[in-house]
Design a binder for this molecule. Structure first.
Ligand SMILES: [Zn+2]
Length: 118
């Protein structure tokens, strides 16, 4: 079985198996973490691409963070009233067109050439 040597800040070098670690990969960063079997601390460290490759090839369970999860979000969570309002807008073509007009951006000159005319 593969043994992975990691370092706990309190206890020093310890040997773990791939299932004892977890790898978290985001578009611009990656970390690995483990619970130290000696002191019980949760240890998390940055992982560069070489460490990511090594841990992945060893079979460390990996979580990929999608870029959308890291986007800034404003406002409260979506509620039932929001869903009901959205469903009503979907049934009203003029309200839908007005809503899309508020959020759409003008077409870039290059995109206008591809516009299909009916
Ligand atoms: Zn420790």
């Amino acid at each position: 079985m593969t043994t992975i040597k990691v370092t706990c800040p309190e206890c020093g070098d310890i040997d773990l198996v791939p299932g004892d670690l977890s790898l978290c990969i985001a578009p611009n960063w990656a970390t690995y973490s483990f619970d130290c079997p000696e002191c019980g601390d949760k240890v998390q460290k940055a992982a560069d691409s070489e460490v990511v490759d090594l841990l992945s090839s060893a079979g460390v369970p990996t979580v990929h963070v999608p870029a959308e999860a890291l986007e800034p979000h404003t406002g409260g969570p979506i509620g039932y009233d929001d869903l009901l309002d959205f469903a009503l807008v979907l049934t009203d073509d003029s309200a839908m067109a007005a809503g899309l007009a508020r959020i759409s951006t003008p077409l870039a000159p290059r995109s206008r050439k591809r516009r299909i005319r009916r």
